[in-house]
Write a protein that binds this ligand. Structure first.
Ligand code: HEC
Length: 100
């Protein structure tokens, strides 16, 4: 719990610092941070880093999860709740973060 709160605080600082032009409207970023890290760097070895990844790649992977072409239960569930616009904003946001 403490770790989760710290993560969300970190995200707030990050968004404030970066101006966050690519910040998605409804900020599902908080839902992603739980697994992928507030800074796009995953703490769990089973979860890929998103920070600094190619924007087009992230976008395509999210669409593949959404359509079921790429199979993963949690990612499919999340991607299905999102519009193409939200996915585009998230892809731009994570691509803009500094890689590890
Ligand atoms: C419950 C944990 C969890 C949450 C929450 C989560 N992800 Fe993921 N995500 C994963 C895992 C695990 C994978 C690796 C899937 C695989 O093995 O194919 C993944 C893969 C991805 C990939 C593909 C990365 C690559 O290198 O191919 C993208 C893009 C992604 N997630 C974006 C997001 C976004 C955006 C959100 C928030 C809306 C999110 N994820 C929320 C666990 C999560």
């Amino acid at each position: 719990m403490i770790r989760r709160v710290a993560g969300l605080l970190g995200l707030g600082l990050l968004l404030a610092a970066g101006g966050a032009s690519a910040e998605p409207r409804s900020s599902p970023v908080e839902a992603c941070a739980y697994c992928h890290g507030a800074d796009g760097i995953a703490r769990d070895t089973e979860v890929p880093h998103l920070a600094g990844q190619n924007e087009r790649y992230l976008f395509n992977q999210m669409l593949a999860f959404k359509s079921g072409k790429r199979v993963h239960k949690e990612m499919r569930y999340l991607a299905r709740q999102m519009s193409t616009e939200e996915i585009g904003a998230l892809a731009a946001y994570y691509a803009s973060l500094p890689p590890r």
